[in-house]
Design a protein around this ligand. Structure first.
Ligand SMILES: CC(C)(COP(=O)(O)OP(=O)(O)OC[C@H]1O[C@@H](n2cnc3c(N)ncnc32)[C@H](O)[C@@H]1OP(=O)(O)O)[C@@H](O)C(=O)NCCC(=O)NCCS
Length: 427
């Protein structure tokens, strides 16, 4: 079944109808309808009114997704009062499999209609639709961390922001072979998308990017007021293989021309050589005093690349990708494990999808999972299972907090991975 035209969830349609609201799929071929949906989406995140260029871009970018609106037909506007869009995104899991996961984005409710259950209808509807389509997980990135736990999502990757004092540090990393060149986003779009696909496939927590999401990382989208400040540098290996790029802008420098700030829009490195060469390029830029970067992994090796570890500071550490397990056996069997073992998990899930008792047996790194009546070794809510799923070091903390009961150490040993998961973009 085409996920774009799969029927709307009846439970949510009825709940909304009971409050006088209409739940509807937006026909991507209906430009007026999609423009109204986009206006509501921008407003929902306190953005500017979208320009004609941005509306045209959104028509192209959102057409491949399933766009849903909630309409108040008695109100003074025909634009929706609630929005969401979804698509199956390949999520890289430990071991390298890419699992189609229900990516949820653009969740907004008009401030005129807040706190009367519209988001509840939208989220419940999306989870039931994903489950009906057979997807084992739902994923999202969040504006506020208090919203999604109630629907069974748990934070599963963490992201760091950094500030490097480039007048203080000197390069201490290894060789940086290969070639750096300036290029333009329109010339590099296709190659950039290929590099991004390697990056995303290589790391648990990353997702395969739609053309729109990839384009946004290579350079600013049409209509971006900052577009003419963005620079793009590509890295090609000594053999001429495209392996990375960095997109960045320069800010400041008004008071002291020798002290500009570099803001990294996105750094993609498919190999360690590309990572080193691109960081070295940024850290050695003349007329620059600071390099700032966001949404890197918790293991970004910046302090190892410079001679003065205090010159490279983590300025933020935040939850990033949230995971909602919908099908426990399918999700747990899709990833691999770094140790063998067997555990009975009792999963609590108020919405029902994942609730049950399961035996997880890992042999040679591969899991088999089946329902069981054996006594539980570990009892945990579905939010905690989502948090632990990609291998991040969360189990001990959740156990100490009393949110996981039983043999949490055994669960930790099974689920945690040597390389922490990372999601390096927003969606
Ligand atoms: C977040 C948002 C979509 C919630 O929509 P809503 O229709 O008001 O949510 P609901 O009425 O269905 O609320 C469901 C529950 O979540 C709680 N909740 C919703 N949003 C919350 C928030 N931002 N902070 C704390 N609690 C929140 C409600 O209090 C309610 O709790 P209850 O069931 O205990 O009463 C809406 O506030 C919004 O559009 N915010 C701005 C855009 C945004 O941040 N979107 C999220 C993108 S990731």
């Amino acid at each position: 079944m085409d996920f774009r035209t799969a029927p709307l969830d009846d439970t949510s349609a009825q709940a909304l109808a009971a409050t006088g609201l209409r739940y509807a799929l937006v026909d991507a071929a209906d430009a007026d309808a999609l423009d109204g949906w986009t206006r509501a989406d921008f407003r929902g995140f306190h953005g500017r009114r979208p320009s004609p260029e941005q509306l045209a871009g959104a028509r192209e970018n959102f057409a491949p997704r399933r766009n849903t609106g909630v309409y108040d037909d008695a109100g003074a506007t025909t634009d929706p009062v609630g929005t969401v869009n979804t698509w199956p995104a390949p999520l890289t899991v430990p071991g390298g499999a890419r699992v189609d996961s229900w990516a949820i984005s653009s969740v907004t409710v008009a401030p005129t209609h807040r706190r009367r259950g519209i988001a509840t209808a939208l989220l419940g509807g999306e989870l039931r639709t994903a489950h009906a389509l057979g997807l084992p997980l739902a994923i999202l990135t969040v504006s506020e961390s208090v919203i999604y736990g109630r629907w069974g999502f748990g934070p599963a990757t963490w992201a760091t922001a950094w500030s490097v004092d480039t007048k203080r540090v000197r390069w201490s990393g290894g060789d940086t072979p290969g070639r750096l060149s300036f290029t333009e986003p329109e010339d590099y779009e296709e190659t950039g998308a290929q590099v991004l696909d390697r990056v995303m496939a290589d790391r648990p927590g990353e997702i395969g990017l739609e053309p729109y999401l990839a384009k946004r990382l290579v350079g600013p989208l049409k209509g971006d007021p900052e577009a003419d400040k963005a620079r793009l540098v590509r890295y090609d290996s000594a053999d001429g293989e495209p392996e990375g790029f960095v997109s960045y802008s320069l800010k400041g420098g008004d008071e002291d021309f020798t002290r500009h700030t570099v803001e990294v829009r996105y750094l993609a490195a498919a190999t360690p050589e590309a990572l080193r060469a691109l960081w070295r390029f940024l850290l050695e830029l003349d007329l620059v005093a600071e390099v700032k970067v966001w949404t890197r992994g918790v293991d970004e090796p910046l302090q190892a690349l410079v001679n003065d570890v205090r010159g490279a500071r983590v300025t933020d550490l935040e939850d990033h990708l949230w995971v909602r397990i919908l099908n426990v056996p399918a999700a747990l069997q899709a990833r691999t494990y770094e140790r063998d073992g067997s555990l009975v998990l009792e999963v609590a899930d108020e919405l029902g999808f994942a609730a049950g008792r399961y035996r997880l047996t890992v042999q040679d790194g591969r899991a088999t999972v089946s329902a069981t009546d054996d006594p539980a070794d570990v009892t945990l809510p579905v939010t905690a299972l989502g948090s632990a799923y990609l291998g991040h070091d969360v189990v001990r903390g959740l156990a100490l907090a009393g949110r996981i009961q039983g043999y949490a150490d055994a669960l930790d040993r099974l689920f945690r991975t040597a390389v922490p998961p990372r999601l390096s973009t927003w969606f």
